[in-house]
Ligand binder design. Sequence first.
Ligand SMILES: [Zn+2]
Length: 369
Amino acid sequence: MKRYVLILFFFLFAINSKAQIYLNMGAVDTSVVEVKQALVFYNSYFAAFKHRKLPEMSAYWSAEELQQRKVPDQLMYGINDYPLYGLGYTPTILYVRPGPKYIQIKTQFGYVDSLKNISTICITNHYVAFDQFKKPYFISALKINSASWKMKKVRNITFYYPAYHTFNTIRADSLCFQIAKLEKDWSLKPIQVRYYFADTNEELIKLRGFDYNILMGNRDKPSGMSDIRDNQVFCGGLGENYFHEVAHLYLNPLYPNSPLQEGLVVTMAGSMGHPLNWHLKRVNEYLQHHPEADLNKLDDFWYTDTYTNPGGAINAMICSMVFKKEGLTGLKRLMQYTTLKEIFEKELHVPDGHWNTYLRKNIQEQAAL
Ligand SMILES: [Zn+2]
């Protein structure tokens, strides 16, 4: 995920400079009164975003949806942890379709680079309905798209899944067993979790209202996303037992400022369907072929291929090394630090400028285990 965070952050600039969202040529019949009203409403929603600051949600969303989620808009954080509409991408409304229950607005978000290439970040669907007083409000794409999904609750997990799937109780029990152990080890109370899953992550991306976003494509592999704001996870490819994303819901709030959040979860729950050691082997192989990769600048080492997250694997290796030596007590202490610099200095006793040598040596050793 970090790759996209970096890409998106790079393009952060003054937002909402346009008062009106551009309508694609010939796409929208604005002579329909409801369409006009829906567009005014839609424009005002976007204009109310100021970088990471969100507008008052109750001005745009029904009380019913707000009761279920702090952030009913499942597109907003559907790509990364920054509100999509506050990042400065140029929105273009591709089409507006009035229907009997709501008006669907399809929008492309993108930017044009200096060579005039168009890059598309995502294509979204918003749905605007009108209440009895003709006041517009949004209905979430998730609500509309999950209408035919099935639901089943096991322990503290409510599973939502497509109708084609036959629920696997053994996998669900296995997830709950791991959760119970995590709660016990970390002295935590059960969290009520909404767990959306499907065969592929792309189905979940579409469920949330995207026709397309930049997380799609490439060869299919298990991948997911957790949302600690509303205690929900979206898990593709591992059925009822995607422990990694659920572990984030429990552990991230404990250490909101730790640079090892992802590492901790990879240590305990693996990543993308594989244990830590599998990822370290891949990272090691990459490093053997790339002597130029400089791990003194660890933040720059965020991409090797689509199957592993090298930064997450390295952070997990640090967690795992401390865990092996000192168990949970050491791990809990490690997670209190707020910078990698402190962790290297105080926990690993490695001064600045020596991270590369230290990490390469340890990755090689750990990968061989
Ligand atoms: Zn993760």
